[in-house]
Design a protein around this ligand. Sequence first.
Ligand SMILES: O=C(O)CCC(=O)C(=O)O
Ligand SMILES: [Fe+2]
Length: 323
Amino acid sequence: MSRKVTIGSTRRRKEIPDFFTREECNHIITLAKEQGLESSLTTSTGKGKGLTLRDSNGDQKLSLREMQMTLEDGFDIYLDDDDIRQMYAELGVDLNKDGFLSRQEVDGETIRKISSYVMKVEEEQPIKKSRFSEQTWIYPDKTEDPLVQSFQDRIAKLTMLPRVLIDKFSYFQVVHYGKQGHYNAHHDSSYLDDSSTCCHLTESKQCRICRYMTIMVYLNNVAEGGETAFPVANNDTYNAYVFRQTGMMNLNTRCQDSNLKVQPQQGKAVVWYNHFINASTGWLGDVDPLTWHGGCPVTKGHKWIMNRWIAVSESREVDLAVP
Ligand SMILES: O=C(O)CCC(=O)C(=O)O
Ligand SMILES: [Fe+2]
């Protein structure tokens, strides 16, 4: 009788001290430096083509928070109330300074002005971006490095997932944050959506990222800051709309409001499940919304991490097929 393989069914998050030794951490940092790092992007970086006004309460005017959400979605840039007020002053809008722009005031011309203003901010103040770091990818199948090779075994052992699944997506990301480096709250995976399939196993253009698990390892001790924050961890009353309104995704300024902050510690792994299990298929279910997380600003020193995601598709048969 064959045993039915599933991808597990837990919502737990785990911290594993000493998943890597100090030497292993340093080795990965050296590899990343040798390879060279480049500015991190997010999936929405560079969108900003057309702004969709986030008049979330439908009162036909944009509050400061609604303008912030408009820019967060359009440009992945996180401005605070003072930034927005300054932008309005410089652009000569909101002349009565009440912090509201009526829908009529936000005409095509104003949107164009706001867009070019925000693109300038993005260039001049990268700290306002949702992700402020640099990164590189390491591909175990393209290196002879024995340490990198051994990761696959370790990841298989840790996750207790079939080796064939682990081997299908083996690469990992090394990320470096300098002073004030941060990553605002996000989900590592995409919500299910019938109109697209999982990216990494198809060539489909209309695809989404399906990362069942995240394994993140701290590669150094951070002098100050740089915690990994889970703003709504264990929040039984989570409501997506309310969470969005609070602006707590902006970890660059709101880290202290997070329910859980994990301290960086060299060699420690933090592991969590981004998805639930679909009860009928036993395979990929929807995103667990409480996995919102990100990196708090590094206030002193540097922070190095490694991200390894367990990528799956919607189909057990596809994922477990031997190539
Ligand atoms: O830097 C951190 O602590 C979190 C990083 C993260 O969430 C990511 O790279 O996806
Ligand atoms: Fe993440």
